[in-house]
Design a protein around this ligand. Structure first.
Ligand SMILES: Nc1ncnc2c1ncn2[C@@H]1O[C@H](COP(=O)(O)OP(=O)(O)OP(=O)(O)O)[C@@H](O)[C@H]1O
Ligand SMILES: [Mg+2]
Length: 296
């Protein structure tokens, strides 16, 4: 990236940080993470629907450069193609906010932006109360790297002031790099998705420990695509010595239907199934823990 562009990104990030009106500390933020292909996007999309059904205004954030989340949430191809990821185009941000950094940004920033302001300017709507923000490619960075794109994304995330019954659910790309950046900092809940294989469980444990290190208080393990008690026993065996890092552990069954409807998840939501029962329990647990955090 040319250095002038870099400077602009840093400027914007710093400005957003300075103008952030409310700390993200008490906000309801959930990050969904885990190894590749285990079901992160599916889980993020189903959770988004469940919270929306319960009256929440949801901001679903896609941190994966593959940008699968809009499709899972039912955004059609034509609209999805038009999404300009936040990280890639500062000019677009400037155009959307109608301002250049350092000039009239203040006008926009002083409005105490909520989800709808942010979505108007940077995102799209999937349904009435599910909004999507696409982050775009984030530089794979070693811990502490000051990449301007990361600084900007971090600033935008922290800048959104959540009100009551508002929630951010962030789907991430495979791996643990986002824990090396500031992006997941300040999140109160981390859902680690895995399958019952040794490798995925290993990534899950590593991920959970990183989430704990950055101070995320509630970490959930979702063992997805289980087909039998044997799978559950196998998963339990792998976490035997590490289970204290997880607040709760859930097992969601393999669902034939999922493969027929993917990438969409919407048809699952209204139907009764063992899969949906599990994700509903996960949703309720997250909500209960968040309520008790707010009481403290
Ligand atoms: N419980 C399930 N039963 C059957 N299929 C599932 C289940 N959960 C997810 N899948 C399917 O597995 C595939 C991968 O799921 P998904 O895209 O959610 O994973 P991911 O972790 O986001 O992948 P990536 O790392 O590529 O982003 C999808 O085709 C999805 O429909
Ligand atoms: Mg995904």
């Amino acid at each position: 990236m040319p250095s002038k562009e870099k400077e602009k990104l840093f400027d914007t990030a710093n400005m957003l940080k300075e103008k952030t009106l409310k700390s993200s500390d008490t906000n309801f933020r959930v990050v969904v993470t885990g190894k590749g292909g285990v079901g992160k996007t599916t889980t993020s999309a189903v959770l988004s629907h469940l919270f929306a059904k319960d009256g929440y205004n949801v901001l679903a954030v896609d941190e994966d450069p593959q940008m699968n989340l809009p499709y899972a949430l039912g955004v059609d191809k034509d609209r999805a193609k038009k999404i300009v990821p936040l990280s890639q185009n500062l000019d677009y941000i400037e155009e959307k906010t109608g301002a250049r950094p350092g000039t009239s940004w203040g006008l926009f920033l002083n409005l105490t932006p909520d989800i709808s302001d942010v979505v108007d300017k940077f995102g799209i709507k999937a349904t009435d109360n599910i909004n999507i923000l696409v982050m775009g490619t984030v530089v794979q960075a070693a811990t502490g790297c000051l990449c301007p794109e990361n600084a900007l994304l971090d600033a935008v995330m922290k800048y959104i002031a959540l009100r009551k019954k508002e929630i951010i659910i962030m789907d991430t790309q495979a791996g643990v790099e986002h824990f090396g950046r500031a992006l997941a900092k300040g999140f109160k809940h981390c859902v680690v998705v895995t399958d019952y294989t040794f490798n995925a469980m290993d990534v899950a444990k590593h991920t959970a420990n990183l989430a704990k290190q950055i101070g995320i208080p509630n970490i959930y393990l979702l063992v997805n695509r289980v087909r039998s008690q044997k799978d559950i026993d196998k998963a339990r065996m792998y976490i035997k010595d590490d289970d204290t890092v997880f607040k709760s552990v859930f097992f969601s069954p393999y669902s034939e239907e999922m493969l027929d409807i993917e990438p969409l998840v919407t048809p699952l939501i209204e139907k009764e199934s063992e899969y949906m029962e599990t994700i509903k329990k996960l949703k309720e647990d997250i909500e209960k823990n968040n309520n008790s955090l707010e009481k403290k």
